[in-house]
Ligand binder design. Structure first.
Ligand code: 6PG
Length: 464
C-alpha cells in the first residue's frame, strides 16, 4: 500500500482545505478526525483523484504514514493540542515530526518542543494565515522550531504556500516559539489595520456618505499604493446586500467585536518587554469598548454639529491616513518582533518575515513589497529609518493628522488613528516631557533621575 508523506489531524474547514491543497501538489496525504461527520465531509471530495485518505482511527491514520512521519495538527489552540500530542506519543517513532498549525501561545510551543524533544520527537510551532480560502489556495506559513525539523516539511510547505512574484510565502522563521510569536504579532497588526479602516469608515458614515460611496472610495484605494487584502474585502463588504432584504448587511451587524486572544497576547507581551505598540494596544481596547454596548447606549450623547465635507477631500485624506496607519502598524509589529527576537534569542530574520507576509496572509499588501525592498537595501531596524518610507510617511501623515482632528473635533472616536499619530510624533521628538515624570517620581518616591548635563544618578529633596 502506498503510504502518505503528510498527515493532518483536525478536518474542520481549515484542515480539510489545507489537506486538499497538499494533495493537489502531488503529495499522498492522510487526514484524521475523531468526528465521523468531518471524515465524511472529507470523503465527499474525490479522494482517489486527490491521493487522499481520511480516518477516524488514530492507529489506521498512523499506519498510513511513511517514516519519518510528518503530522500537522489543526485543532483549537489550548489544552486540546496537549491532549492530541499525548495521544500520539506512544504511537510514534524517534525522528517523527509534529507540527502545530494553530494560534498557540509561543510559550506553550516552547514547552511542547522541549517535552517532545525529550521523547526523541521533533516539533514545529507554525503560524498559518489566510483563513479557509488561504488554506485551500495558498496560505502564508510561519514555521518556528529546530531548523532540522523544518527541513523535513520544507518541500511540502514551499509547494502549498502562497506565491508572491514566484517566491513562496514561507520560510524558516526562527528557534523555539518564533513561528507562533511572529503569527501572534501578525494578528496584532491585523487588529490595528482593521480598526484603522473601521475608524475611517465611521468618519465617512458620520459625515453622511452612503455605503455605496465609501465602497467607491475603497475601490479606488485598492487600485493604488494601499492595495491589500483588507482594503479589498472592505470594499466587497460595503457592497453586500442584506440577505434578509433590509438594505446593506453591514448596517445590520451588531457593533460588538469579538476576539480569540492573539491581539491581546501581542499587547501583553509588548508590555512585558517594554515595547511601545500603541496602535495595536488601542485596537485591542476598542474591541473591549465595543463590548460595552449597554453602557454605551445608556451614556450616548448627541455628537457635535457636523460640518459638511466634500467627498473627494475626505477620500484624499482617508487614503493618506490609511497609508500612514498601515505603515505605522507594520512598523510597531516588526519592531516588537526584532526586540523580542533578541530577548528570546529567536534569531528571527526580519526581512524573511516581511517577505512571507507579502502574499497569502490577512495583512498582505503592496506596501509589504516596498518594505521588503527597503529592508533588503538598507540596514534598518525600524520603518521610520527607511529612506523610501520617510518622505511618503511625511506626506501621508498630514492626512492622518487631518482625520484625527476631524474625528476629535466632532467627538467621533478615532483611538487607533490617533495612537498611530502619537506614536509617530513621539518617535520624531528629540525631547519628551517625561523629565517632569521623573521629577514627580523622585518627589514622592525618591526614585532618582539622571541629568542632561552630567553623568550619574541624582535625588533632590523636593518640598511643597
Ligand atoms: C489569519 C487570522 C486568524 C485569526 C482570525 C480571528 O491570519 O488567518 O489572523 O488566524 O484567528 O483573524 O482572530 P480574532 O478572533 O482574534 O479577531
Amino acid at each position: 500500500m502506498n503510504k502518505s508523506s503528510f498527515g493532518l489531524i483536525g478536518l474542520g474547514v481549515m484542515g480539510r482545505n489545507l489537506l486538499l491543497n497538499v494533495a493537489d501538489h502531488g503529495f499522498r496525504v492522510s487526514g484524521l478526525d475523531l468526528d465521523p461527520k468531518q471524515v465524511s465531509a472529507m470523503q465527499s471530495e474525490r479522494l482517489e483523484e486527490h491521493k487522499l485518505e481520511a480516518f477516524t482511527s488514530t492507529d489506521d491514520f498512523i499506519r498510513s504514514l511513511s517514516s519519518p512521519r510528518t503530522i500537522m495538527l489543526l485543532v483549537p489552540a489550548g489544552t486540546i493540542v496537549d491532549q492530541v500530542i499525548e495521544s500520539l506519543i506512544p504511537k510514534l517513532d524517534k525522528g517523527d515530526l509534529i507540527i502545530d498549525g494553530g494560534n498557540s501561545h509561543f510559550l506553550d510551543t516552547e514547552r511542547r518542543e522541549q517535552f517532545l524533544n525529550s521523547k526523541g520527537l521533533l516539533f514545529l510551532g507554525t503560524g498559518v494565515s489566510g483563513g479557509a480560502q488561504g488554506a485551500r489556495k495558498g496560505p502564508s506559513i510561519m514555521p518556528g522550531g529546530a531548523l532540522e525539523a523544518y527541513k523535513q516539511v520544507a518541500p511540502i510547505f514551499e509547494a502549498i504556500s502562497a506565491k508572491y512574484q514566484g517566491e513562496s510565502c514561507v520560510s524558516y522563521v526562527g528557534r523555539a516559539g518564533a513561528g507562533n510569536y511572529v503569527k501572534m504579532v501578525h494578528n496584532g497588526i491585523e487588529y490595528a489595520i482593521m480598526q484603522s479602516i473601521a475608524e475611517v469608515y465611521a468618519l465617512f458614515r458620520s459625515f453622511g456618505f452612503s455605503n455605496a460611496e465609501i465602497k467607491l472610495a475603497f475601490e479606488s484605494f485598492q487600485k493604488g499604493r494601499l492595495s491589500s487584502f483588507l482594503i479589498e474585502i472592505t470594499a466587497a463588504i460595503l457592497g453586500t446586500k442584506d440577505p434578509e432584504g433590509r438594505g446593506e448587511l453591514i448596517d445590520n451587524i451588531l457593533d460588538k467585536a469579538k476576539q480569540k486572544g492573539t491581539g491581546k497576547w501581542t499587547s501583553q507581551n509588548a508590555m512585558d518587554l517594554g515595547i511601545a505598540i500603541p496602535s495595536i494596544d488601542m485596537a485591542v481596547s476598542q474591541r473591549a469598548l465595543s463590548a460595552l454596548k449597554e453602557l454605551r447606549l445608556q451614556l450616548s450623547e448627541n455628537k457635535a454639529q457636523l460640518e459638511t465635507i466634500d467627498f473627494n477631500t475626505l477620500s484624499k485624506q482617508a487614503e493618506k491616513a490609511l497609508y500612514a496607519s498601515f505603515a505605522i502598524a507594520y512598523g510597531q509589529g516588526l519592531h516588537q518582533i526584532s526586540e523580542a527576537s533578541k530577548v528570546y534569542d529567536y534569531q528571527i530574520d526580519l526581512l524573511s518575515v516581511i517577505k512571507l507576509w507579502r502574499g497569502g496572509c490577512i495583512i498582505q499588501s503592496e506596501m509589504l513589497g516596498d518594505l521588503a525592498v527597503s529592508f533588503e537595501k538598507e540596514a534598518i531596524e525600524h520603518i521610520f529609518e527607511s529612506s523610501h518610507f520617510k518622505p511618503t510617511l511625511k506626506e501621508t501623515l498630514e492626512g492622518l493628522r487631518e482625520l484625527v482632528l476631524l474625528g476629535t473635533k466632532h467627538a467621533l472616536p478615532v483611538g487607533t488613528l490617533s495612537s498611530s499619530l502619537s506614536y509617530y510624533d513621539a518617535l520624531h521628538s528629540s525631547e519628551l516631557p517625561v523629565n517632569l515624570v521623573q521629577a514627580q517620581r523622585d518627589f514622592f518616591g525618591s526614585h532618582t533621575f539622571e541629568r542632561k548635563d552630567q553623568p550619574g544618578i541624582f535625588h533632590h529633596d523636593w518640598s511643597l
